[in-house]
Structure formats: structure tokens, C-alpha cells
Write a protein that binds this ligand. Structure first.
Ligand code: ADP
Length: 485
């Protein structure tokens, strides 16, 4: 597979503010590295708070013109952006492999997924509608309009460097908002390429800017600046809490897609092949580095031994390597601290009596590669069940009674995704209703797409992305009390 980006102007080493590429950072510079090889990929500017404030000012200046366009005009520009992302899908996928490490086939899948949000919200832009209600006095009218919130800020994670940008920027722009994005420090290149393509599509200067720099400094400005009316964040619960606190001073609206601790419930009446494939898909995609990754798998006693053997059989053979190598299914972890966390979780589980069925150690390739791992006989108090591991580890926890599995699944402050495998419709309905999660996969390990509302309950977040609901996160209601005569 080729590692070079064919269109050189998609490989940007600068921040993008108000239609200008900003090469000089007033807070120094930072470098990013390929997680597969350790080789340096780019050297980029760290912006100062005044430089971030300048991006916000530009978004504020661009707002009246952008929101005054017809929904159809905004839809057409977004549609051109969608076409350009598809046209340059191969280059964008290569940028993802270079900076994030996932296998190129998964990176292509991410680009298709990222593009689907642009297409979807280009369509939704034209379908924003208000309401009219009968007033208590029949002479009067109660009208509800939807209006863009205004200047928005987004802070995004490294695990889906394209999709986490488009899932926020596309609905914001469709609604008539302008947006300043801070991508994750590890994966800015994909975000910058998306900004380049948005500009080619006709997104005006200032409508979509990308700022780079020290997360705490940039984050403080994005959450503290009174011109920003909305903050959308995807990342850890810990940082989400901090951003909510910082946003409180100026009472910003916020959408938060935070951490998860997804439980999978596999019942005796499940189809074994469906359940194994579902867990492989929900766990090993992106080397387990997704907030909806299966973090704990509860397996009923009647199917436990067979499930364990079959899963290990499938997982032990997953090829690990550089995402550009043909056939690779698992890339590296994002950095050394991610590897250290996985090692700590596995050691803790083994120390408390878990059994390694396959994997259980760093991969022979060294670097940031870890073996695909299955742990059996895992218990409730272990780190692998309490915390989000974010690595290629499946902990299997045996259970006997449905009610006990539900209780254990819900015994967490998180509530993002959960999965159920069963062929009994009554059971599926009962369990899906009882699970405390924003999303429940039923006989499926793949739940994300642009038509579905993505988001969590409890401390997994606020708001929903994608679907017909996603654009509401970027709109305010205005009620008109219209007196008749
Ligand atoms: P992850 O484990 O995915 O790195 P984080 O929550 O640390 O999760 O990071 C998600 C995003 O939040 C990244 O863009 C990161 O740079 C940003 N971030 C981290 N710390 C802060 C902070 N103190 N203020 C603002 N943004 C932050």
C-alpha cells in the first residue's frame, strides 16, 4: 500500500484561521509521530490564547453571512464538500493510517463514515422546521422558530480523526453556525485536510477554522471566550467534566460524548457465530480504541466454554502490524501510555485470578503493538471491568442469571453503549429496556451510522450526534407570541 499522499496540498503543517494557513505559533511548536514506526510526521505551530481568540473573532465575523445564506445554499456547499471527501478518500485514509495507525481498510471505512455525516446534514439542512400551536386565546398565534446557536467550538479525540470532525462540523454548518475546531494533538493532519477540502467546496473564510496547540491553553480560550455559544466535545469523562466547569462561567450549551464501559451480554440462547463475530467487531476494531468498544463480556454458563474457545480461536489469529501492510487487522496503540495502561489492566486481572486464553503481552514487533488478548474467569472488582481499557483485551465474565448480568452491566457510572446477543425476542426486549445505556446493539457489534442518534447517558455524556436529532444540538428555539386583532 502506498504511504504517500498524492495531493500534497492535503498534507498541511499549519493551523487554519479565517481562510489563512497560520505557520507561526506564538506558543512554540509540537511534533507528531507515526504510532506504527515512531517516525516524525510533522512539526506544527502551537497557537497562543490570543491566536485562538482571533479564530473565534473570525467565526463571529463570518456568522451573519453564513446564517443568512439559504438552507439550500448551505446544503449545496456541504454536498460539494462530501463529493470532495469521496474524491480524495484514499489520501485522507492514508493520513489516518499515518497519524493514528489503524489498518488502511478501516481507515477507508472511517472516511466513508465521516463523509456520510456531511451528506446526511447537507440533506437535513433543508428540513429544519419549527412549530405552530393553538394559543389559549384563539386570536393569537404561538410560533416556534429554530435558529442557529452562533459560534461553536469543538474539541475532538484522536481515535477517529476524520469522523469526529465531520460529525460536529457538518451539523453546525448545516444549521447556519460557524465553528472553530481543536483536533487531538496526536491527529491534526486529517482535520487540516478536511478544512482544505471544505474551503475548495466553497465554505467561506472563518466559517470553519482549525486551531492547534496545548490542549489546556486552547481549551481554556474555547470554553472561556464569551463569543462562543456552544462547545461540543468528544473525549474522556475527566476532560469533559473540566470543559463543562469552564463553560459554566459563560453558560454555554454543550454536547459531550464521553467515556464508556460497554458491557456485552451473551445468553445461552444466542447464535454462537453471531455472538463471536459481534464481539470481534465491537472489540478489536481500531485495536479496541473506541468509546463504544466492548469493554466487558458477560457470558452465560451454558455457552461460556464454547464461546471462550471460539473467540480465542478467532482472535489469536488476527494479524498485527503497520496499517499499510496487507492483511493487517490490528494496528498499534496510540502511544506508550496506552500500552502501559493495557499492561496494568492485564496484570491486575491476572493477579486477581483471571486466566489468559490468548495474548496477554506486548507483541513481538515491539513499539506500541500489543497482542490481541482474551482473558477468562474475570471478576467484578478488576480494572478491566471497572475502567475503560482502550486496548485489544476482551475480559470474559461468566454469569448464570439474567438479572445478575443486568445488575453487573449497569454497575458503572458510564452509560454509552451495551450489546445483547440472544435469539429470544422477549428476553431481548426485557434486557434492552433494563440496560442503562444510550445505545444497545442487538445481535450486532456495529452500531454507528449517520442515521442513528449516537450518545450516552449517565456520565457518558450529554446530547446526541448524527440522525434527525443531531442538528438540534446546534439550534436554539425562539418562541413568537403573536397577538391577533
Ligand atoms: P483521550 O484519552 O482520547 O486522549 P482526552 O479527553 O484526553 O481523551 O482528549 C480528547 C481531546 O481533549 C483532545 O483533543 C485533547 O487534546 C483534549 N484535551 C485534553 N485535555 C484538555 C484540557 N485540559 N482542555 C481542553 N481540551 C483538552
Amino acid at each position: 500500500e502506498s504511504r504517500t499522499v498524492a495531493d500534497h496540498t492535503l498534507f498541511r503543517h499549519a493551523a487554519y484561521i479565517d481562510g489563512q494557513w497560520i505557520e507561526n505559533g506564538e506558543s512554540g511548536r509540537f511534533t507528531i509521530a507515526n504510532p506504527s514506526t515512531g517516525e516524525q510526521l510533522a512539526d506544527l505551530p502551537s497557537l497562543s490564547r490570543p491566536q485562538v481568540a482571533a479564530a473565534i473573532d473570525a467565526a463571529h465575523r463570518a456568522l451573519p453571512g453564513w446564517r443568512a445564506k439559504s438552507a439550500k445554499q448551505r446544503a449545496q456547499i456541504l454536498r460539494r464538500w462530501f463529493d470532495l471527501v469521496n474524491e480524495h478518500a484514499e489520501d485522507l485514509a492514508r493520513l489516518i493510517v499515518l497519524e493514528e495507525g489503524k489498518p488502511v481498510t478501516e481507515a477507508r471505512g472511517e472516511i466513508a463514515y465521516a463523509a456520510s455525516f456531511i451528506e446526511w446534514f447537507a440533506e437535513e439542512a433543508k428540513r429544519v422546521r419549527g412549530d405552530v400551536f393553538p394559543a389559549p386565546d384563539p386570536a393569537n398565534r404561538v410560533l416556534v422558530l429554530k435558529e442557529p446557536i452562533g459560534v461553536c467550538a469543538a474539541i475532538t479525540p484522536w481515535n477517529f480523526p476524520a469522523a469526529m470532525i465531520t460529525r460536529k462540523v457538518a451539523p453546525a454548518l448545516a444549521a447556519g453556525c460557524t465553528m472553530v475546531v481543536k483536533p487531538a494533538g496526536q491527529t491534526p493532519l486529517t482535520a487540516l485536510a478536511l478544512a482544505e477540502l471544505a474551503t475548495r467546496a466553497g465554505v467561506p473564510a472563518g466559517v470553519f477554522s482549525v486551531v492547534l496547540g496545548k490542549a489546556s491553553e486552547v481549551g481554556a480560550e474555547l470554553t472561556g471566550n464569551p463569543l462562543v455559544r456552544k462547545v461540543s466535545f468528544t473525549g474522556s469523562t475527566e476532560v469533559g467534566r473540566l470543559l463543562l466547569q469552564q463553560s459554566a462561567a459563560t453558560v454555554k450549551k454543550s454536547s459531550m460524548e464521553l467515556g464508556g464501559n460497554a458491557a456485552v451480554l451473551v445468553f445461552d440462547d444466542a447464535d454462537l457465530e453471531t455472538a463471536v463475530s459481534g464481539v470481534v467487531a465491537a472489540k478489536y476494531r481500531n485495536t479496541g480504541q473506541a468509546c463504544i468498544s466492548a469493554n466487558r463480556v458477560y457470558v452465560q454458563s451454558g455457552i461460556y466454554e464454547r464461546f471462550t474457545a471460539e473467540l480465542a480461536n478467532r482472535v489469536a489469529d488476527l494479524p498485527v502490524g503497520d496499517g499499510f501492510e496487507p492483511g493487517v487487522m490490528l494496528g498499534p496503540l496510540i502511544d506508550q501510555s496506552a500500552v502501559a495502561k493495557v499492561e496494568e489492566h492485564v496484570a491486575d486481572a491476572i493477579g486477581q485470578g483471571a486466566r489468559v486464553v490468548c495474548g496477554g503481552a506486548r507483541h513481538d514487533r515491539g513499539g506500541q503493538f500489543y497482542q490481541p488478548t482474551v482473558l477468562a474467569d474475570v471478576g467484578a472488582g478488576m480494572k478491566v471491568t471497572r475502567e475503560e481499557t482502550f486496548g485489544p483485551i476482551t475480559p470474559l465474565i461468566p454469569f448464570t442469571h439474567e438479572a445478575d448480568a443486568i445488575r453487573q452491566a449497569n454497575d458503572t457510572e458510564f452509560g454509552l453503549a451495551a450489546y445483547v446477543f440472544s435469539r429470544d425476542a422477549e428476553r431481548i426486549w426485557r434486557v434492552a429496556a433494563a440496560l442503562e445505556a444510550g445505545m444497545v446493539g442487538i445481535n450486532s457489534g456495529l452500531i454507528s451510522n449517520e442515521t442513528a442518534p449516537f450518545g450516552g447517558i449517565k456520565q457518558s455524556g450529554l446530547g446526541r450526534e448524527g440522525s434527525i436529532y443531531g442538528i438540534d444540538e446546534y439550534m436554539e428555539m425562539k418562541y413568537l407570541a403573536w397577538a391577533g386583532s
